[in-house]
Ligand binder design. Sequence first.
Ligand code: AMP
Ligand code: ZN
Length: 448
Amino acid sequence: MELTLYNSLHREKNVFTPMNPKRVTMYNCGPTVYSYAHIGNARAAVVADILFRVLRHIYGEDHVVYARNITDVDDKIIAAAKEQGVPISEITKKYAKIYQDDLAALNCLPPTTEPKATEHIGGMIALIETLIKDGYAYESDGHVFFDVSKYDEYGKLSGNTLDALKKGDRVGEGEVARKKRAADFVLWKPELDGVGWDAPFGKGRPGWHIECSAMAKSELGETIDIHCGGVDLKFPHHENEIAQSNCAHGKPMANYWVHNEFLNMAKRDGSSDKMSKSLGNVVLIRDLLEEWDGEVIRLALLKAHYRSELVWSEELLKESKAQLDGWYREIKKYRDVEFEPLAYNHPIFNDLNTIESLVIFNDFDFLTGAAKQTANLLGLLQKKPEEWFRGKGKAGGLTDAEIDELIAERSTARTDKNWARSDEIRDIFKAENIVLEDSKDGTTWRRG
Ligand code: AMP
Ligand code: ZN
């Protein structure tokens, strides 16, 4: 089975060949945990999850190692902790758990490993020491900077040239004064509000980029097969990861770079903006899960190829819900279908073409195991139809257990010919929009 992937580094689609098919490695830049994740973040996680599922399908579940880090030290986290008067770990633990739960609700498999930045400070310090020793980095007033002029290939991934970089600078004034040139980036900075670790270059905390280089090395190795993330990370984050890792190890950081496009919010004038906290146009995964099943949100996220922008709307959710209802009705007819190996030319193996993969369902014959296998690769249709049609209980409405109890009571009432109670229960269900389906095997129910 052959997987082709668009490699952002070479700007072309290549056949994916792992270094070792018994241990295929992928790294995905995870969240900075100081607030709730939005569905733009979810898109990046779902794309990586599909890739993980496809790799597991091809190479075997035990032969793929997926690391998704947690950035649990960062200026925004430190600021939030200071404001709330709590240690940073209180904030990071809370939001890391929320992130994991949100993604689990979207049927994302847990990554093989979830390294935390604060547990890899030693590895970061060691990398920085190597970079200083080999002349790629320099110390300046409690900071350590990477000297981009020492790395010839700097800018290769993002297409930025050093000249262009001189014009724009993305760091604070203070750092600019300490750097040799605008494009140099920080590897280590002094302690902030009591958050710092001892290091040969002074007590301090890591820059964001070095965190991923150290965690990828420690969890996966000096060269990994696939590195993923959103296109916004190409520059400067991934460019800097490449520079640090390549210079420290003398070999490529990753052989394939896979970047997902943005999830954008539609605007009234017909244009759209990237969903981001700084623009204040975010829709939180957590809020959507109040109203929609995780699979509905996941399907909505798969409605554009990962390298195309996805314009988010309520319509997309409604359409996804209707489609899933239809597909679950089909599955109800065909149970216990055996898996068939996927056809060699399945669209998912062509640069993760989810759009064409979804078409397979439209004309679906659930008697074909290939459709079921496709559902597993897409992480959709993972529930039992009965469970799906029960839907999500609304706050204040009857719980699943209460409904089951009332059904049992209705059955007893009928046996006892207590028609008054039986009618009463029927009316309760009607008011709550719960539909009962009686059959010879008993009564099932769903939220209408
Ligand atoms: P952040 O917490 O901003 O570092 O983002 C975590 C992941 O979500 C990264 O892979 C980002 O590239 C990705 N991401 C952030 N915003 C969006 C967006 N609007 N659309 C798609 N991916 C995004
Ligand atoms: Zn990263």
